[in-house]
Design a protein around this ligand. Structure first.
Ligand SMILES: CC(C)(COP(=O)(O)OP(=O)(O)OC[C@H]1O[C@@H](n2cnc3c(N)ncnc32)[C@H](O)[C@@H]1OP(=O)(O)O)[C@@H](O)C(=O)NCCC(=O)NCCS
Length: 182
């Protein structure tokens, strides 16, 4: 299953993209980012095949770290096939995801930011969520993460509330929750 708006194309990961995925992963490390949001923890995997196996397990059922089925898409630029982003759609919510994470998480590789790709990628992922039968997407972001908040607003997100969460390590995190009727 793939989704395109003529500029970006969402595809589920396949073996043939191993090099692109590992280059994508490296671009975050090069920019000093040790976490890749919405990548099903690609940052933790040195090995592409292990990551792909984990991604496929998540799509098949509630076997991944989130505890619900989720489908990961890679976003390729149509004009040259460059991998610019990733986005993960959780098929349903559990208490953990309602608190933090929501239905969708995503990242754009640092070299490709501020070109409107995140908004496009999110809109394409909403198309998939609609096909899953989801009527309203819940999505949240760190309140300080202005680029992500603007991305969500640009894709039709409506702010619902803000909360201060206490994280496992005792730190506090201000989170803004949005809903996107689809
Ligand atoms: C958040 C993120 C995905 C945005 O990607 P992007 O492709 O640069 O975003 P876009 O170009 O589509 O821009 C979306 C909006 O954010 C704004 N924006 C993007 N980067 C910005 C920045 N650094 N400062 C201020 N605004 C910014 C854009 O101007 C645009 O707003 P507009 O619609 O009002 O014009 C990207 O910064 C990223 O991957 N960050 C790390 C991972 C992350 O935070 N994921 C989200 C977790 S909830």
């Amino acid at each position: 299953m793939s989704f395109s708006d003529g500029v970006l194309r969402l595809e589920q990961p396949r073996e043939e993209w191993a090099d692109s995925v590992m280059d994508f992963r490296q671009s975050f490390a090069d920019a000093g980012e040790d976490f890749i949001n919405g990548s099903q923890q690609l940052h933790r995997f040195e090995n592409f095949s292990s990551w792909l196996g984990a991604v496929r397990l998540c799509a098949a059922g509630p076997n991944g770290p989130l505890g619900v089925p989720s489908t990961l898409f890679l976003a390729f630029r149509e004009e040259d096939g460059v991998l610019v982003g990733c986005i993960d759609v959780r098929h349903t919510l559990n208490d953990g995801l309602r608190r933090l994470g929501g239905h969708i998480g995503y990242s754009i590789a640092p070299p490709f930011r501020r070109r409107g790709y995140a908004r496009r990628m999110l809109l394409l992922a909403l198309e998939f969520a609609r096909q899953l039968g989801i009527k309203e997407v819940q999505i949240d972001c760190d309140t300080a993460n202005m680029p992500s908040a603007k991305t969500i607003l640009g894709a039709g997100g409506l702010p619902v509330k803000e909360d201060i969460l206490t994280m496992r390590d005792g730190s506090s995190l201000a989170v803004t929750y949005f809903r996107i009727p689809i």
